[in-house]
Structures are given as C-alpha cells and as structure tokens.
Design a protein around this ligand. Sequence first.
Ligand SMILES: Cc1ncc(COP(=O)(O)O)c(C=O)c1O
Ligand SMILES: Nc1c(O)cccc1C(=O)C[C@H](N)C(=O)O
Length: 393
Amino acid sequence: MIPKRDAFLLPEGQAYLDGNSLGPLPAAAPARMEEVMRSEWGEMAVTGWNRAGWMALPETLGNRIAPLIGAGPGEVIVGETLSIRLWQALAAALQLTDRKVVLTDSGNFPSDLYMAEGLLQQLGQGHELRVVAPEEVAGALTEEVGVLMLTEVDYRIGRRHDMAALTAAAHDTGALALWDLAHSAGAVDVDLRGCGADFAVGCTYKYLNGGPGAPAFLWAAPRHHGALHNALPGWLGHAAPFDFELEHRPAPGIRGMRVGTPSILAMAALDAAMDAWEGVDMAEIRAASLRLSERFIAGVEAACPDLTLASPRDPGQRGSQVSFRHPESYAICQALIARGVVGDFRAPDLVRFGITPLYIDEAEIDRAIAALAEVMQGRLWDDSAYATRAAVT
Ligand SMILES: Cc1ncc(COP(=O)(O)O)c(C=O)c1O
Ligand SMILES: Nc1c(O)cccc1C(=O)C[C@H](N)C(=O)O
C-alpha cells in the first residue's frame, strides 16, 4: 500500500469508495484552517494578502498540482469552479482557430456541455457543439473541427479516452485539444506535456481531496502563453491589478487567466491536501489502482452475478473507478452505505466505486465485495427504507 492512509481522517467504521465524488478530509486540513483563520485572518487581517502570501496562492497551488498531471511550473492556475474554468479554456482555444465546430462526446459531464453551448451561443458566430458517441470521436475529427473538448475519464462508467492518440489525431486535422481532468487528476498518470495537449481543466475536490467546493485548475500549454485569451478578464488577471487601470491589460502567462479574489480558506484546505501528495509517484498510484480494481471486479463478479460490469473490462481503458449496472442501483447503494461501504449512484442504473490507493487498500476492497454479496444475495435492496432518493445523489 502507498503509505499515506494516516494523512487522512477517514469516516469512522467505513470503507470509503467515493473519493471520485468527494475526497476525504486530509488530517492536516483542520489545523491548517485553524491556523490560517487565527494567525493569518485573525492576526493579520487585510495585511494577510501580502504577509501570508495569499495573493500568490493560485500560482503556488498550481505548481503543487502540476507534477501530478505532467505539467511544468508556471503552467497551472488554481481558482474559480471547474465549470467556469471550462468556459475560459474553451473560449481561449476558440480564439486560436477560425473553425466553428467544437467536438465532444455524449459521455461528457453535462455541465461541460451546458457551458460550451452557453459560450457558443454567446459568441453568436455560427459555432456548433457536435456531440458524438465516445467510440466515434476519432472518426468525427473532420477538418471542420476547431476544438476537441473531452473529459478524459467518463464520470459514470470510468471509460478512459486515449489522450495521447486523440490529441495527436486532433492536431493532425488542425484542431486543438482541451481536456477535462476532473476524474483524472490524482487518479491516473496524466502527461499533459507528453501528450502535446493544448488546454486542460480539472477540479480538486475528488481525487486531490481539496474539500467540498474546492477550487478548480486550468492549464495551458506553454506554447499558448504568449497569446492567452481570457474571456472572463477579471481584475486579478490584469498585469497590474492595483494600478486600477480602466482597460484590461492581461498579466503574462497563466496568471492572465485569473479572474477574481481567490477563496483563501478553501485554498488553505487544498494546500493541506496537497501535502499528502508529496513524494507520491502517479505511476505507483496507477499500478495500485489497477491492482485494486481488478481484485474488486473479480470479487464482485464471482459473488454477485446479477450485477453487470459497466466499466471497460480492459484496464487500459479504465480510469480509477468501477461501475456496475442494476435496475435497483439506488437502493443497493443505500443498503451498502447502511453497512458502512460508501459508493454512489448515477442515474439511471449505475452504482459507482472510486478506487483511491492513497488511502484504501485490499481490506476495504474485500469489505466492499462482502457487503455487496450480502446485499445482492439477500435482496436487501427490497427494504423500502432504501428506496427514497435524496436530492443529491
Ligand atoms: C467532468 C466534470 N466536469 C465538470 C464538473 C462540474 O464541476 P463544478 O461543479 O466544480 O463546476 C464535474 C463535477 O461536478 C465533472 O465531473
Ligand atoms: N460536484 C458535486 C457536487 O457539488 C455535489 C455532489 C456531487 C458532485 C460531483 O462531483 C458530481 C461529479 N462530478 C460526478 O462525477 O458525478
């Protein structure tokens, strides 16, 4: 096991297999938050912007995330939400092409489609968002496509696109490649530079464990830094925000993609979360994730013939989650939670499990298999207490 389990305060008595939705609490976070609140906000108040280095946090945190996604220093900026970052990255990419088609797939997270559609409408220049089946992406890369916009790992079934091959195929037809790494950062061995990608965005509340609503990140390939277009040019993306000029003059490089005031308390929690990633090799995480996932799939399939594997069977085509299908998935998920095994449900019929080797090992995997076997073999989902859907699933 990767010896980082002690870096987390895991929910008592649970096998937590939902880090693909919300990572657990890093052990260092409460004290860090307390310190930032009392010693920085409390003692320094407004002078904290200078004395505590608050204003630089979007860059310093970006530099901490960079090695986990194959990016270099000065290439990643943290802040805002993922939906906002996607809007910015897509707008920046569209500024670099005259083509009007944005190609994406139907496995993408809906917010990405909504944001892209909203941006294209706003531009009012006859753009089109073209949505194809995930298997059809490569074949749909025609010369009309200006930007290929994909989420690398599908949030429902964990299907993983081949980022290197699709980026190369996009470039071959003259398109740019924008990747959403929400289910990749901290989950799989992403190599943005090696793939030659153009833009990437991601969230930090899943595998990076930054906390609920933790800020997002945006990466742009250094070759685009000279001409980065910020469609949301707030004052902190200005070259000299405290000159309060009336015209926006972008800050150089990735700093020019900043928008507004960074959320310092959220960033303090994320900074504590990033401590747990110190010295971690993503290749090791990936190897452990595949080992645990294979064990889980084999165990569940042997014990629960009524569950159908929804994730790709080929480990190379899977991210770091495993999903199964069953018409009663919601109730199954609730019955599991009642037994201390936390996964989640995605409509209409999926039960999902995040495999996060930073803090889970074989013991949790085996416990989850045993709990699923108990629920499935005993038809425990039939208990009406498990049937009512909560607002947030
Ligand atoms: C792939 C993907 N993109 C975008 C989002 C939306 O992110 P946010 O709510 O942080 O804007 C999510 C998750 O919520 C996601 O999984
Ligand atoms: N972002 C979320 C939220 O604010 C509440 C509940 C769940 C989420 C999620 O992260 C959903 C997630 N993107 C998914 O993979 O389904």
